[in-house]
Structure formats: C-alpha cells, structure tokens
Design a binder for this molecule. Sequence first.
Ligand SMILES: NC(=O)c1ccc[n+]([C@@H]2O[C@H](COP(=O)([O-])OP(=O)(O)OC[C@H]3O[C@@H](n4cnc5c(N)ncnc54)[C@H](OP(=O)(O)O)[C@@H]3O)[C@@H](O)[C@H]2O)c1
Length: 300
Amino acid sequence: MEERELGRSGPRIPAITFGAWPVGGGMGPVDEATAIATIRRALDLGITAIDTAEYYRTSESIVGRALRGVPRDGVFVATKVSAEPFTRARVREALDNSLRALQTDHVDLYQLHRYPSSVPLEEALAGLADAKESGKARYVGVSNFTVDQLRTANALYPIQSLQPRLNVFDAEAARDLLPFCHENGIGVIVHSPLAKGLLTGKYRPEDRFAAEDERHAMPRFREETFRRYLAAADDLASLARSRNLTLVQLAIAWTLAQPGATSCIVGAKSPAQVDEHVGAIGASLTAEDLARIAAIGASV
Ligand SMILES: NC(=O)c1ccc[n+]([C@@H]2O[C@H](COP(=O)([O-])OP(=O)(O)OC[C@H]3O[C@@H](n4cnc5c(N)ncnc54)[C@H](OP(=O)(O)O)[C@@H]3O)[C@@H](O)[C@H]2O)c1
C-alpha cells in the first residue's frame, strides 16, 4: 500500500484509510462477524489506518474487538470527540471513553468532529493539547472546518491534520481547503469519497434506504435529485470502464489525485468492498481525465 506523510513531520499513513462508520451500523446493519472480517481484510491489504468517532454508534467497540491481537504499533487509529460542548473536561472524558471502547491506551490521531459551536475555540483546542500532552493522543487534528476556522485554529495550536468531505460531487474542499493545508503543512484525510454510495454504480432511482440507514433522511437519495446524481454516476462509470477501473476505483483515485490530499477514508461493509478499494491504488488518470471527471461531478 502506498504511504504518504500526514502533515509536516507527521507520520506516514496509507493512502487509503478504513472508514468505520458503516461497520458501526450507520449505513444499515452489519453483523459483528462481517464487520470484524471487513476490518481484518483491510489490515491484511495494507489499509492500516482506521477512522472512527465517538458518534459512530457501535463502531469504536467493534474496532477495538477487531484489533485484539494486532500489534498496536502496526495500526494508525484515529477517532473524534463528537458530542458538544467541547469543553476541556468533555474532551478529556470523551477521549477516555473512546480509549476504553477501542481497548487501547492511546490513539494515533484525536480530532474535533467539527468547529465548536458552544465554547470558544481556545477551550476546545486546550482539550486537544491536553490529549497530546498526556500521551493519550500522538497527534491532534480537526474535521469539517472552513479555511478561516482552520487558519485561526492553526495560529493558536499546531493542527496536524484536517478531515474534510471530498468527492467528485462535493469538490469544494479541493478549491480552497486543500491548497491552504498544502501551504501550511497540514495533512488532509478526506471523507466520503464515494458520496455515501452514489459513486458505486449499484443504485437505481427506485431504490430506498432503511430507516436506520442515514441515507434514508438525505435529500440526495430521493426522487429527482437522486435520479440526477445517478445519471452523472452512469457517465462516470463509462469513463471508468474505458480506463479499466470500476466507478468505485475511479472515485477513490480522483480524490487521491487532488493536490494536498494525504489519505482517503473509504467506508466498507464487507471484505469484498475493501478488495475493490485497493484496486484504486496506482490507477493512472491523466490531467484530462481528472478535469473531465470534475466537470461531470459539477454538472449535477
Ligand atoms: N468527519 C466527518 O464528519 C465524517 C463524515 C462522514 C464520513 N466520515 C468518515 O469517512 C468514512 C467514509 O465515509 P462514509 O463511510 O460515510 O461514505 P463513503 O466512503 O462515501 O461510502 C461508503 C459506503 O459505500 C458503499 N460501498 C463502499 N465500497 C463499496 C464497493 N466496493 N462497492 C459497492 N458499494 C460500496 C457502502 O455502503 P452500501 O453497500 O450500503 O451502499 C459503504 O458503506 C466514514 O466511514 C467515516 O470514517 C467522516
């Protein structure tokens, strides 16, 4: 597996990070044996970084069970504090809860899930600083910040990495956040590269999602909007076939080709899905292909 440096003087992590929201049940039920087999397959294939969060239902404890017997220094484990307020005390308590669920004494990356909405930024950053100084987090980062929020945060406390949404249909981060991170030595681990399944080619406009699947409530997965995204996905799938890739692989390769992207967090619910993700590594898309893909994505 290709590895890249996460931020200035940061650790080397795989180009693909395992996204553990689906194995926690966020995109429909996944039985525990399948969830654990999926994580184990990812590790076997060199996807030795895992992203989870306090809010990902059963995800942290499933990851903890999947990692039993795996040498701790062989896996880069990232999690997040999700429940606000991000006071210093809450960040400390959330990290301790996560460590218990993950069955470990430290995480490799601890992140604020979003910009704090109910305490000053300084307070939340003090919580991250405590996490690092205590040795319970090797590195600290943030997720879903704007450029202005990230600039302010990084001036107050060095931010190792950002986790923004980035995929062919949601390319805003490639225009402003990634260049900013690149210039400032901040690593970028992008999330939702498959647009939560829109970029897999398997859905049809008549498909519906179960109530416990987050997509049930998302306007993109309904009616005319769903139809438009799926039509664009069909165009992208044709382009993928002409490059001997699947749509899933093209979508992952496109995010990894964006300057400034360090790793791409892909969610999976089965070992077979992970097998397909790995095929994106080494895909060669020309500058013309990348521009064509972006244009199709922006046309929706
Ligand atoms: N920081 C944040 O706010 C934030 C937000 C979202 C996600 N994330 C992180 O980013 C990760 C990735 O995002 P995500 O999991 O939400 O969405 P995603 O990676 O865009 O899509 C994952 C979903 O696509 C489908 N899929 C994956 N591989 C496939 C394959 N080979 N063939 C067919 N279908 C496939 C699966 O669902 P189905 O089979 O049911 O279609 C899977 O659950 C998360 O797990 C999480 O770690 C972070």
